[in-house]
Write a protein that binds this ligand. Structure first.
Ligand SMILES: [Zn+2]
Length: 116
C-alpha cells in the first residue's frame, strides 16, 4: 500500500517557513535562516523532517536534521558535530581557566555539590 501523498502529520507551511526550508536546503546556516525568516531553529528542523527537506551533509544543519528524523548521522555530518563539540569544550575550558583561582574553586565546588 502506498502512503498518502500528504500525510496528516504535516502542518501547512507559512510563506516565511517555506522560504526557510528552501534556504536550509541551499545550505544556509540555521542562524541566518532565523534572522531572515524568523523561523525558530527547533521548528525549522521539525518542519524540514516533516517535509523531507535535507540540508547539505557535512554541515551542522545536516547533522541536526538526521537527529530530527531520529536516524544515525552520516559520516560527514558526524565529523562536523564532533568538531563543534570539541570547539565548545575548548571554549568552556578557556572560560574556566581565565577566572581567578578562588572563583574557579567555588564554581568547581558548587558543581560537585550539585551532583550529590
Ligand atoms: Zn548527513
Amino acid at each position: 500500500m502506498t502512503p498518502p501523498a500528504i500525510s496528516p502529520s504535516r502542518s501547512p507551511l507559512t510563506l516565511p517557513q517555506a522560504v526557510a526550508l528552501s534556504l536550509l536546503r541551499d545550505g544556509y546556516t540555521a542562524h541566518r535562516i532565523k534572522r531572515r525568516t524568523g523561523t525558530d531553529t527547533p521548528l525549522l528542523y521539525t518542519l524540514a523532517a516533516q517535509h523531507g527537506i535535507q540540508a547539505p551533509h557535512g554541515t551542522l544543519e545536516g547533522g541536526a536534521l538526521h537527529d530530527a528524523r531520529g536516524e544515525e548521522r552520516c559520516e560527514p555530518c558526524e565529523k562536523v558535530a564532533a568538531r563543534q563539540q570539541a570547539r565548545e569544550y575548548a571554549r568552556h575550558r578557556t572560560t574556566l581557566a581565565s577566572l581567578p583561582p578562588g572563583r574557579r574553586r567555588s564554581l568547581t565546588r558548587r558543581r560537585i555539590g550539585a551532583v550529590r
